[in-house]
Ligand binder design. Structure first.
Ligand SMILES: NC(=O)c1ccc[n+]([C@@H]2O[C@H](COP(=O)([O-])OP(=O)(O)OC[C@H]3O[C@@H](n4cnc5c(N)ncnc54)[C@H](O)[C@@H]3O)[C@@H](O)[C@H]2O)c1
Length: 403
């Protein structure tokens, strides 16, 4: 079967493969872009475990994979075909879509701070490449039966708030200004009565207010996928991931992943510098819950298109997470609240995940303590990365993006 399975990828017959059932039809050949990345690596592992054939596309970006990076161990699995290419090359799409009946689009540049000065590059990799991909998919609307896009909670900008004083609920404040943050005014005042507001879980119908170039390109991806898929009658699921963490996340990319940066510093016995007052919150979701959501989207009924938050639904302050990570490592790194800030960072983030359960039947299962312990066990066994936090921050300072 193994030999058959590999060649089956290019044929229409599917004997011997256990396939994802999409409604009452079958889904058996999935193109995964950005497959060698953090989420992609877990997803491909899960899909081949389920007997689904995968074409795994990735350019093995050196920022993520180092200069000599390779595809993960599943590259040798008989159900996997790897393609090393950039999504920015418009010539690849016809070839990589050949024989596929579903696409999970994960490939992207993901650094919020970096996106603020590599504007053209982020636009090219995230927005323009998605436009090209959708152009190619539109020409194959008979073959492609599902698109799953990895979007991001960042498209909401500051997200939903409510004012206890005057009752304004919900409020959707716009991005914080550098001047306000320089004054240490971290929380947004109520636009009606100026009292401090409280964050609320953000629902999918909250207005899009991207505050960074990265977020703007993720929103562009959403629009491109939604509009072109709908015009061609292709079901599309747009998943807005919150802060995804877990085993296998890049420990070397200094531009993303607060848990990676902190884990390196804990292992080196260095202090953990925390922006603002440390009370900014994030919604940390374990990668296994994200994979379950993508898997469920691939199996959704054929007539279902949806935009869904994928998160834990729980807000954790960055200072609390730093303490919990210290505990998970058994470390004792001092925590230092710096009062510094990055332009484009949001203050609070927690997802309303009710629609995820309603539409896909998925409920996040890994609590933060368990997830951090899994992450620490894995990260602690990896080669100790360089601590490049100062370098990344200097780059932002030099561009007036950090104060
Ligand atoms: N991890 C998170 O917290 C998070 C949160 C929200 C959204 N997302 C989205 O999920 C997706 C996957 O994120 P991840 O955490 O796995 O990121 P990652 O950086 O680990 O993986 C991205 C992969 O895309 C590849 N890639 C980059 N540029 C490419 C190009 N030009 N051509 C082909 N491949 C390219 C990289 O080599 C990498 O393997 C991204 O679209 C990201 O925007 C992630």
């Amino acid at each position: 079967m193994a030999g058959n399975a590999r060649t089956t990828f290019r044929r229409t017959q599917t004997d011997g493969l256990q396939q994802i059932t999409q409604g009452d039809s079958l889904m058996h050949k999935v193109l995964v872009t950005g497959a060698a990345g953090f989420i992609g690596t877990h997803l491909v592992e899960r899909l081949v475990d389920d007997g689904v054939a995968v074409r795994a596309l990735d350019n093995l970006s050196p920022q993520i994979h180092g200069e000599h990076g390779g595809f993960p161990a599943w590259r040798d699995h008989p159900l996997v075909e790897v393609v090393q290419a950039s999504v920015t090359n418009p010539a690849i799409w016809d070839e990589v879509l050949e024989g596929a009946d579903a696409v999970v689009h994960l490939a992207a540049e993901t650094g919020t701070g970096q996106s603020m000065y590599q504007v053209g590059h982020y636009n090219e990799v995230n927005s323009q490449a998605t436009a090209r991909m959708m152009e190619a998919i539109a020409g194959r609307s008979d073959a492609i039966r599902r698109i799953v896009l990895s979007s991001s909670r960042s498209i909401y900008g500051e997200g939903a708030f409510a004012c206890g004083a005057c009752g304004l609920d919900p409020a959707y404040p716009s991005a914080r200004t550098a001047d306000a943050m320089r004054r240490g005014e971290w929380d947004q005042p109520c636009p009606r009565c100026a009292a401090p507001m409280e964050a609320r879980p953000t629902t999918e119908d909250a207005p899009a207010r991207p505050a960074s170039v990265y977020a703007a390109t993720k929103l562009a991806q959403e629009d491109l996928v939604r509009i072109v898929a709908s015009a061609n009658d292709i079901p599309a699921t747009i998943l807005r991931f919150q802060n995804v963490y877990g085993e296998g996340q890049s420990l070397n990319n200094p531009y993303t992943g607060i848990l990676s940066i902190f884990s390196t510093r804990i292992r080196r016995g260095l202090e953990l510098p925390i922006f603002e007052d440390g009370e900014e919150t994030r919604d940390f979701v374990h990668v296994s819950d994200v994979v379950v959501a993508i898997r469920a989207a691939l199996a959704a009924p054929a007539d279902q298109s949806a935009t869904l938050n994928v998160g834990s639904g729980i807000a954790s302050s960055v200072a609390a997470v730093a303490r919990a990570l210290n505990d998970a490592f058994g470390g004792s790194s001092p925590i230092r609240i710096t009062g510094e800030f990055r332009l484009g960072d949001i203050r609070h983030n927690v997802a309303d995940v009710r629609r995820l359960e309603l539409v896909l039947g998925v409920r996040p299962a890994v609590d933060l303590r368990t997830g951090l312990s899994l992450f620490a066990d894995w990260a602690g066994a990896q080669p100790l990365p360089e601590d490049r936090l100062a370098e990344a921050n200097d780059e932002l300072r030099a561009r007036n993006l950090m104060g």
